[in-house]
Design a protein around this ligand. Sequence first.
Ligand code: FES
Length: 352
Amino acid sequence: MTENLDGTRPAKGVSAIAAKEGGGFPNPGLPPHAHRQGDHDRGAEKRAERIVAVMFLISVLGTALFIAAYFVFTPMDRNLLAEPGTLHAVRWSNLFTGLGLAISMFFIGAAAVHWAKTLMPDEEVSEERHAIAGSPETQQAAADIITGGLAESGVGRRPVIVTTMVAALAALPIAVLAPLSTLGPLPGNKLHHTFWKAGLRITRDHDGTPIRADEVAMNSIFHVMPEGLDSETPDYLEERAKAAAVLVRIDPALGKNQSSLDNGYEGILAFSKICTHVGCPVALYEQQTHHMLCPCHQSTFDVTDGAKVIFGPAHRPLPQLPIEVDAEGYLVARGDFPEPIGPSFWDIHKDK
Ligand code: FES
């Protein structure tokens, strides 16, 4: 067909609109098929063939590289570029074997795609849609099979078997719950409290030295731990994981949250370092924007607004540690975090 229903010529690149039996929208058809250069140019076809062959050959070279690298860049025994057994040796081994395998697989894929696109038959075919539902005879046959099967199984006549079968199937999933009883002790309220207590000095995480308020420069950040938390502390690692905090100093005039400022000291604010999303350490501080970023899923907390979440999947602000200064000018905690640190869970506000 070369003309539309109304006798006009179809737009360039579009087939004529065919009549639709029974009304409805006419089928706009397919655009005219554009043939590839290789379909009518023997030279182009040969060129495409050579490209495919070259890609397969590059793949062979990649495989050879992988095999060679596997033996001459081993992490432990022999390595041409580094001392065996060192991290460098592992890196060279990973690099060359990975590169070889990547080249090998990539060029097999690329060659196959290029082959299909340039050399394999380029025909457009269409298939008419048929009715999805089966014929009434087929539907009746299917219904007969089901009712016949039910009749043969005797479900209707054997209520005892049916009842016990339902009981057996319902009981089976309960077996899955049994291992839960061996998962270890419940956490109790351990997640609701940390090592921080009123009067504990705030110390630098890396060397344990206490921090004076006048040492905290504007826009600086300190990674801190409570005084007295050391390797002799019971459950040392767990306590460290819960108590980790950061200390930042902002210009109080920038503060948008008075109660957060009141829990700090002259713009020095302490927040839990544990992300309230799934618990990564929130350790990236943007001095210009006063945002703290979690590197795991980019949750962003506004320090000037009580560490409120302004972006990302976290749902609640970082808990703030109330602080003050002792008689010698050192920063101390005024108590524990007012709410559980870290990811939210079902009874997180149980203490309130
Ligand atoms: S753990 Fe921080 S954003 Fe996911």
